[in-house]
Design a binder for this molecule. Structure first.
Ligand code: SAH
Length: 354
């Protein structure tokens, strides 16, 4: 039994079942605290780890936003959940071709994991950028900023409701007769679900997240700036149980060995967009990742890199391009969506509205 499993069982024995969101929060805190989960030797691989093109193209988008903001001499670049820091390292290297933009950037990283902070420090050392770390968005200065979040929101705690004959109930985690963790049925919660969904057969699962994190982000960008949110998920709110655990690049039962696998659920982009609009921000997208990357010129960028590559490197570039943009079930092109939320005064944004 993992230490976290013992802790969770003690909590359930003392105070009763916990919500799925509480379970996910406990698992994420434990999971990320001490390890680097990314890459081949870890549990999962993200877009910036697949190819340098990803961070470079996000850099082009960020530079375009800087121009739209009037080329300020100082701009905060804030990344939520930067992992190994790879995306930002690629972005900053690409930004060197535009010295006034590069010089304007101060980097702020929102990261709770001590292990990953260390990886980020190493990855960004060569860039020479001034970097400040934060546990939460709250302590990042409220200056004009561009916020980036790749595979961040999927890891935030998610609630689940389950449809019974008479209504919706919050799903819980309880201890079974043998002590193993299992799903249970908690408080009635029609109010949360019915606002978005009217008809769903018994047994349906609906997922939602707390609004504090996206609301705080949207309130900031509504005043001055923009945020780019990239994640896997659905463009419209819908029923479906998407809670999944991944360990060593394979699915793992989400309630087994808590805290030892990456526990995530789809991002509901419709819900995220609604929170952002309520906070006064303008919403752009979501669009599919393949569309976003194509509009930023990933095909041309790949061709450019291949022109200087060995045949073996060229094959790697083609494979990365395919993985990032393919509309197949294993590709990231369609499953991953990109949403921008911005100060309404900015108008149309590159890759979204043009
Ligand atoms: N963006 C990176 C890493 C994605 S993994 C990439 O694309 O490769 C999720 C990241 O979010 C990790 O860096 C993890 O430590 C961080 N994270 C997870 N929950 C967090 C929280 N509540 N607050 C801050 N960071 C968090």
């Amino acid at each position: 039994m993992t230490t976290l499993a013992a802790e969770i069982r003690a909590r359930i024995a003392a105070e009763g079942p916990i919500t799925v969101a509480d379970y996910v929060a406990r698992c994420a805190a434990h999971y990320y605290a001490a390890r680097d989960p990314l890459g081949r030797g870890g549990d999962f691989t993200t877009a910036p780890e697949i190819s340098q093109m990803f961070g470079e193209l996000i850099g082009m988008w960020t530079a375009a936003l800087w121009r739209m903001l009037g080329e300020p001499a100082a701009l905060n670049l804030v990344e939520l959940g930067p992992g190994r820091g790879t995306m930002l390292a690629d972005l900053l290297r690409a930004a060197n071709v535009m010295p006034p933009f590069r010089r304007a950037l101060s980097v702020h990283l929102v990261e709770t994991s001590a292990a990953l902070r260390e990886r980020q420090r190493e990855a960004l050392a060569a860039s020479g950028a001034a970097v400040a770390w934060h546990d939460m968005l709250d302590t990042v200065p409220e200056a004009p900023a561009i916020y980036l979040a790749n595979e961040f929101f999927d890891a935030l705690p998610v609630h689940q409701a389950i449809r019974q004959a008479e209504g919706w109930y919050e799903r819980t985690i309880e201890a079974g007769g043998d002590g193993a963790l299992q799903f249970g049925v908690g408080q009635r919660c029609d109010d949360v679900v019915l606002a978005r969904l009217h008809h769903a057969p018994a047994g349906s699962v609906f997922e939602w997240r707390g609004e504090a994190a996206p609301h705080a982000l949207a309130t900031r960008v509504a005043r001055h700036g923009a945020a780019l949110i990239i994640d896997y998920g659905h463009a419209r709110s819908a029923v479906g149980d998407t809670l999944q655990a991944v360990r060593a690049h394979a699915f793992h039962p989400p309630l087994a060995d808590p805290g030892t696998a990456d526990l995530t659920a789809h991002v509901d982009f419709e819900a995220l967009a609604a929170v952002a609009r309520r906070a006064g921000a303008r919403v752009h997208g979501p669009i599919e990742q393949r569309t976003f990357l194509a509009r930023l010129g990933i095909v041309e960028r790949a061709a450019m890199l291949k022109s200087k590559a060995t045949p073996e490197q060229a094959d790697d570039i083609d494979a990365a391009l395919d993985r990032l943009t393919a509309a197949t079930p294993t590709g990231m092109g369609r499953l991953f969506k990109v949403l921008a939320i911005a100060d309404a005064r900015l108008g149309p944004l590159p890759a979204f509205d043009a």
